[in-house]
Structures are given as C-alpha cells and as structure tokens.
Design a protein. Structure first.
Length: 345
C-alpha cells in the first residue's frame, strides 16, 4: 500500500500530515446538482481506485439537504454538508470562505471541481485562502504509484502543448477538470456513504457584497455542453452576414450553434461557441459540420458525436474522414435546401 503522507522539503515523509482522501465540490443551481457533478465524482472515483482513499463531496448552500441522496447514489463515501441561510443567494465570497473553513477542518488531500464558471471563480479563491496551488482545466488525473503525488495533464500555451504537471508537496492539491472529458460516475445500487452535517461547526459569514438584483440571462449563449444536436460553422460560411442561415437551420431542428476557432477569430461569432482543443468538448447525438475543414484542433472537441454530417465544397476535406454522412457542395446552397425540405415536411 502506498504511503500517501506528505514528504517535507528534504523528501522525508511526515506522518503527522493528517490530510487524506479526495473531495469534490458539489456545485448546484436552482435546487439541482449541475450536470458536471457526476463527471467530477467519476474522476475522483477513478483516481481513488485501488488506493483505499475515500471520496467525499462538499455540499454548501441553503435548504439543500435533498441533494445528499443523489451524491450518495453517485458513490461518494461522505457528503460534507453545510446548510446555512447565509449562503443564500449564492455569492462567491461567502461560498469560498465557507468552503475554505470546511477544507481546513476536514483536511482532504485532493480537492476536485469542474471548470464551470462557478468552479473557475470559487477554486482560485479557496486555493488562495488555503495557501495552496491550483491546476485548472485538467484533461487527465492520476496518482504517482511510487510517491502518491497528484499528476495532471492540461493544455498550455494556448493549447499548443499538453503539459504534464506533478504536484509534489502542497496540501490540499486542488484541480478543476474540463467539462465533458471524464466519464460520469455510475450510480451505485446500494449507497453506503454517510452525510456529515458540519453546519453547526463551520462559521458561515454572509457575503460582503450587496446583491441588488439577480437578472437571469441566457446562462450560456451557446449552450453547447448539454446540446443533443449541434450545427457548427466554419470559415466556409464566408462572412458573418451569412450566419443567420445557420441560426435558421439550427432553430428549425432545435440545435445549438457551434463554431471553429477560425470563425471565432474572424469575429463572426462569440467565443463561447468555439468547439475544440481550446473551446468546448462536445458529445451530441448529431453534429453538422458546415464549411469546416476538420483540423485536429477542432475535431478533438467533437469526434465523439454519435453521427457527424459534414457539408464541404472540397471532396478532399479531412472532415469527410470522420463524417458518418458527407455532402460535397456549397453550404450556401445545401443548408437552404435542408431548410426548405423541413418546411415541406
Ligand atoms: P478552414 O480550415 O479554413 O476550413 C474551411 C473549410 O470550408 C474548407 O474545408 C473549405 O473547403 C470549406 N468551404 C469553403 N467554402 C465553402 C462553401 N461555400 N461551402 C462548403 N464548404 C466550404 N480550431 C478550432 O476549431 N477549435 C479550437 O479549439 C482550436 N484550437 C487551436 C489551438 C491551437 C494552439 C492552434 C494552433 C489552432 C487551433 N485551432 C482550433 C485552429 C485549427 O487549427 C484550424 O485552423 C481551424 O479549426 C480551421 O477552421 P475552419 O475549418 O473553419 O477553417
């Protein structure tokens, strides 16, 4: 069995280190866990496999007790619950303070979250409060079998390299994972975990922000991560003025609109629509690639789509190697023909 305790500067392991286990941040909104939580628990369970390390989930909020059952079903050993009216409405300063106090008290060795907007905002704050580091947007996680150190990989330098980072001494070791990269935890048939209610032991202070109004906008302009069907557009659309055609088609089939980096860099479409190595990783049922060449940096973000339909005027475009169905033609003619057909039907 590996000794998971922390080596000091000279490399000598100190058993007084009381940090242990892997903990995940159970993000929730509107009374439900967000879709990335099963992925983070999946990543944690995979990491813990064969080590005997327990996996716990941090659940913070007000009147959120009903979410504990779902977390236990996802196979966590303990849910660390802090239920306080001071955490309502959600404010990142209060949440980060509360989470830091809880982690300082319960001392997990590794803390994982998702690279959602909230994860990106909370994790750096908590890491700073705990005087530790943070690896963001990781695409793989492992434990060094010899030393027990957390080893992660993540894109670096704008996605030109995939960096392997070993985190040797810090505790806790904190990382966020890129959405849609890790497999979701399977539900366990007979959950055996427990809920540890820490509400009375953790001081929960109110936010120092004055929240005047909560305005609900479209949370994600592209809404790609949960999309069942995506119509993605590339440089082949020629100019921004042709984009309404893509939106019309997407609306007609209930799809979200994605884009290549080329279309984003040209300023034709908002960066939140970008799919690929430096954009979102998507796994829809159907993916329309319209005027997209099929560069590797794009296809790594969509090659797990169940059905890929490519429209490209170049019969030798690499996207056809990946496509389930290929249409060689001008998308400015093919897409209107699709729309017309849908109208007839
Ligand atoms: P192009 O490669 O120019 O392809 C346009 C296609 O449209 C061509 O195949 C052409 O035949 C076709 N076409 C032209 N006219 C028509 C028409 N009328 N009808 C039909 N088809 C037509 N890219 C991403 O997408 N996502 C990323 O996350 C990403 N990250 C990157 C990270 C790094 C570090 C680097 C270096 C690059 C990255 N890229 C990324 C860029 C990537 O390498 C490609 O340049 C980009 O994906 C190409 O976009 P495109 O297919 O729209 O354009």
């Amino acid at each position: 069995m590996v000794d998971w305790s922390i080596p000091d500067e000279s490399g000598v392991k100190s058993n007084e280190a009381s940090f242990s286990g892997i903990c995940v941040y159970a993000e929730h909104a509107d009374g439900a866990l967000v879709p990335s939580v099963p992925e983070v628990i999946g990543a944690a369970r995979q990491l813990a496999e064969g080590t005997g390390l327990p996996v716990s989930a941090v659940l913070l909020g007000s009147e959120i007790g009903h979410l504990t059952g779902e977390l236990l079903e996802l196979g966590v050993d303990e849910v660390w619950l802090v239920d306080s009216p001071n955490l309502q409405p959600y404010a990142e300063d209060a949440e980060a303070r509360c989470m830091s106090e809880l982690l300082a008290e319960l001392k997990p060795a590794i803390v994982l979250g998702s690279g959602t907007r909230r994860g990106r905002s909370i994790f750096p704050r908590v890491a700073a409060r705990l005087d530790t580091g943070l690896c963001a947007d990781c695409i793989s996680l492992s434990l060094d079998k010899e030393t027990g150190h957390l080893v992660v990989t993540r894109p670096a330098y704008g996605g030109s390299i995939v960096a392997k980072i070993v985190i040797p001494h810090q505790r806790p070791q904190m990382a966020t994972i890129k959405e849609h990269v890790f497999r979701s935890a399977a539900k366990v048939s007979t959950p055996s975990g427990i809920v540890r209610d820490m509400s009375s032991q953790i001081r929960v202070s109110k936010t120092v922000l004055e929240i005047l109004e909560i305005v609900r906008g479209r949370a994600d302009p592209a809404n790609l991560l949960q999309a069942d069907t995506i119509v993605a557009v590339g440089r082949g659309i020629k100019k921004a003025e042709n984009l309404p055609l893509i939106y019309e088609f997407a609306d007609a089939i209930g799809a979200s609109v994605g884009a290549t980096r080329a279309a984003v860099d040209l300023g034709w479409i908002h960066p939140s629509h970008q799919i690929g190595q430096t954009g979102s990783i998507v796994k829809p049922r159907v993916y329309f690639a319209c005027g997209i060449s099929g560069a590797l940096q794009h296809t790594v973000g969509m090659d797990e789509a169940e059905t890929i339909i490519a429209v490209n005027s170049d019969p030798n475009a690499p996207i056809f190697d990946l496509a389930t169905y290929g249409i060689v033609g001008d998308l400015l003619e093919v897409i209107p023909a699709f729309i017309e057909t849908l109208k007839v039907e």
